[in-house]
Design a protein around this ligand. Structure first.
Ligand code: NAG
Length: 272
């Protein structure tokens, strides 16, 4: 970039017969003029250390099963050029859940959510159908911690529950089924694979829940409730699962599209 600007500056100096002392000024001007252009070019590629899987590879699914977790680990700190946020932890601004009828009726608001552990995920299967812009994969995350400020109010079975503090919802050996439905978007002669729908299903082996400061900080009641929640964690989690899945699928969709909307499909999955 700077080299190109230097060359162009010389061209200006000679062509327009500008006094040489304007060199720096013209060069700065040219750098400003062309900076947006270089940014666009830089944004169009995946980081070079990412493993590429070729579209025509007979073992495309096998390749992706290795490449995707590898990319996740390289994205721990995000990719600034693509505005991909850091994934370790992944920050989510908020999530509001209103669980309706049934045994668990709780309204919950989570703020400043931090998800830890996503980048330790491994993929067990990958099914890429690039002709139809469809990706399906199953991952296992050994330990996913969901830490957030919470406010909640409601009841579980016959017990009222209410509190405002810090929540820790930890899922152990979490199987996540991802179903990404994409569509081709043509832009400047390139095809981008935009993900229009991202579905996830969570199947944790074990869930533990810990809510600090329940019942306005009444320690005895709070401890009892946390004990009760963990003894019934399957019931509690199943009631809230849909909302967690919906919120997190839109987070995963955003992160994926940060890359897929900016990097042409044939640069993510090379054709040859
Ligand atoms: C959240 O809970 C898990 C399981 O009980 C625990 O291992 C972890 O240290 C907790 N994390 C925080 C930040 O408190």
């Amino acid at each position: 970039m700077t080299d190109a600007a230097t060359a162009l500056t010389f061209f200006f100096l000679i062509f327009f017969k500008v006094p040489p002392k304007s060199f720096t000024v013209i060069k700065m001007f040219l750098i400003f003029l062309f900076a947006p252009l270089t940014l666009v070019i830089a944004e169009n590629v995946l980081p070079s250390d990412f493993i590429r899987c070729r579209q025509k590879d007979n073992k495309l699914n096998e390749c992706l099963t290795g490449a995707v977790p590898d990319a996740l680990r390289r994205m721990k700190e995000g990719i600034p050029a693509l505005k991909v946020p850091a994934l370790e932890p992944l920050l989510v601004s908020g999530m509001d859940i209103d669980s309706g009828s049934g045994p668990v009726v709780i309204s919950q608001n989570y703020r400043r959510i931090k998800l830890h552990g996503l980048t330790d995920s491994i993929l067990t299967t990958y099914k890429a159908d690039l002709k139809h812009y469809r990706l399906r994969t199953e991952s296992i995350t050994p330990k996913m911690e969901f830490i957030a400020d919470y406010v909640m109010k409601g009841r579980i079975l016959v017990l009222p529950i209410q509190g405002k503090g810090v929540a820790n919802i930890t899922m152990v050996n979490l199987i996540v089924k991802h179903d990404l439905i994409g569509e081709p978007i043509k832009k400047d002669g390139e095809t981008y694979m935009h993900i229009k729908d991202y579905k996830v299903k969570f199947i944790p082996e074990k869930v533990s829940l810990q809510f600090s400061n329940l019942f306005n900080g009444d320690k005895r009641l709070g401890d009892q409730m946390n004990l009760f929640l963990n003894e019934n964690s399957e019931l509690v989690f199943n009631e809230l699962k849909d909302s967690y899945e919906k919120s997190l699928s839109s987070v995963f969709q955003d992160v994926t599209n940060k890359i897929f909307d900016k990097v042409p499909m044939n640069k993510i999955f090379p054709e040859e």
